[in-house]
Design a protein around this ligand. Structure first.
Ligand code: HEC
Length: 400
């Protein structure tokens, strides 16, 4: 791996901060020293290390990197001092000087308040079932304040002393999942301790809360695509639990898990059959069918698709994520990259070939780049050249 830019270093630093804290928690748990909270080991401190500030203020990242570099130099000269008797004094002096003069970023900038569940991992796996179940709960319990699209402009919200935030903005991605979980479980309070948002731990189960988080992310993706025509935050293809009813011998193995393969998902119905040949060495082709569909003809003896499945939940979850209503979804195609992130969408009435302009999730700098002539090859090249890698609440993004 070549570290060409400060962003690469920041990513490395953030991963290191995360791995360090997770490992620490695992060791505590393994030694039986961690308490349990909501079924997982509890973070024992009121704060955690966070890289969030580094993303906003690059000078903090630079300062931390240089401080770490100098500390490594100090350690090296200390080690030399131990081994090299004649130069010991000089080397010791050098280490002391380095340690003394190294400027570390303000501690406050690298710490964020933490909850017992800060490092909890969602057990729901961003599954279609969780998203659909989350939607039912959200409509009953949350939409009254937060509005169906998450923007929070309901009459109830507008009359509240503290307005709910826009859940369709990048907010959910800036928070750690475990910290969202905590807030929904125990509510939120203002400085004087008055409740600003109610807690739900008494009336909803832990799994309900994780499902709600999955739904809110899917919903924010759909709202974003309706508003700006793109996913402004990365969103994963939901985990689909249905089995392939028809599959090529190799794909049952390849599709489960989906990761590591680019997937083209075609939503087909009797009226919008996937008539074009789908066999393509660059992609795994999956047909998500609504009712009975006719399948594309196989090519030269090879099966034209890798998987055919029926799943109401998948259909509903993809409707939420793509911002297309369930009845208009047939004919839509979606592409994921090898890491499972949804990257491109083609609507039913768009009969052009795939091109780079179908990418809906990319770095802001290249968002408007449009290479319509390059076809699927240039789309895949562009997608692979810009993998999704950024962080959430100072936590590195994963698709689950
Ligand atoms: C009575 C109105 C109300 C209801 C009902 C409600 N919320 Fe909230 N919610 C709020 C308000 C107000 C805030 C902002 C609170 C603050 O900043 O102190 C908020 C904040 C949030 C946040 C942002 C947390 C953060 O990290 O800043 C999330 C996520 C959230 N609510 C999810 C939910 C979910 C999920 C439900 C349903 C289970 C729900 N809310 C029900 C009013 C409500």
């Amino acid at each position: 791996m070549i570290f060409s830019s400060l962003s690469d270093w920041i990513n490395l630093l953030l991963s290191a901060i995360q791995v360090l804290q997770e490992s620490f928690l695992h060791v505590l748990a393994a030694l039986g020293l961690a308490q349990s909270s909501h079924g997982q080991p509890a973070w024992p401190f009121s704060h955690r290390l966070s890289g969030e500030v580094m993303l906003i203020d690059r000078s903090v990242a630079r300062q931390l990197l240089s401080a770490l570099g100098w500390s490594a130099a100090a350690l090296l000269s200390f080690t030399i001092a131990l081994l090299w008797r004649r130069g010991r004094l000089a080397m010791l002096l050098i280490s002391v000087v380095i340690v003394f003069f190294t400027a570390w970023p303000d501690r406050q900038l690298l710490l964020a308040p933490a909850e017992a569940t800060s490092f909890h991992v969602s057990p729901s796996g961003f599954s279609a079932t969780a998203i659909v179940h989350g939607k039912q709960l959200y409509d009953q319990r949350c939409a009254g304040c937060h509005a169906a699209d998450g923007k929070g402009d309901t009459p109830l919200a507008l009359s509240a002393r503290v307005a709910p935030p826009n859940l369709a903005s990048g907010l959910l991605w800036r928070r750690a999942d475990g910290e969202l979980f905590w807030k929904i479980a125990y509510g939120m309070h203002d400085r004087r301790g008055a409740t600003t948002m109610p807690g739900f731990t008494g009336s909803l189960t832990d799994n309900d809360l994780w499902d709600l988080i999955d739904f809110m992310k899917a919903n924010a993706a759909g709202t974003s695509i309706r508003d700006i025509g793109a996913w402004d935050q990365p969103v994963a293809l939901p985990t689909l639990t249905s089995n392939c009813e028809k599959s090529s011998p190799s794909s049952a193995r390849l599709l489960n898990p989906w990761r590591g393969q680019r997937v083209r998902m075609v939503l087909a119905s009797a009226k919008q059959p996937a008539s074009f040949p789908l066999d393509d060495p660059r992609l795994r082709s999956v047909i998500l069918a609504d009712g009975a569909v006719s399948l594309p003809a196989s090519q030269a003896g090879a099966p034209a698709i890798d998987c055919l499945m029926h799943s109401d939940d998948a259909w509903k979850a993809l409707s939420i994520i793509t911002g297309v209503t369930v009845d208009k979804l047939a004919g839509t195609q979606l592409l994921t990259d090898r890491d499972g992130w949804l990257r491109a969408r083609k609507l039913a009435d768009d009969k052009d070939n795939w091109s780079e302009s179908d990418i809906l999730c990319r770095a802001p700098t290249t968002m408007n780049k449009d290479n319509a002539a390059g076809g699927l090859d240039s789309l895949i090249a562009a997608m692979d050249a810009e993998p999704v890698r950024f962080v959430k609440g100072g936590f590195v993004h994963t698709t689950q």
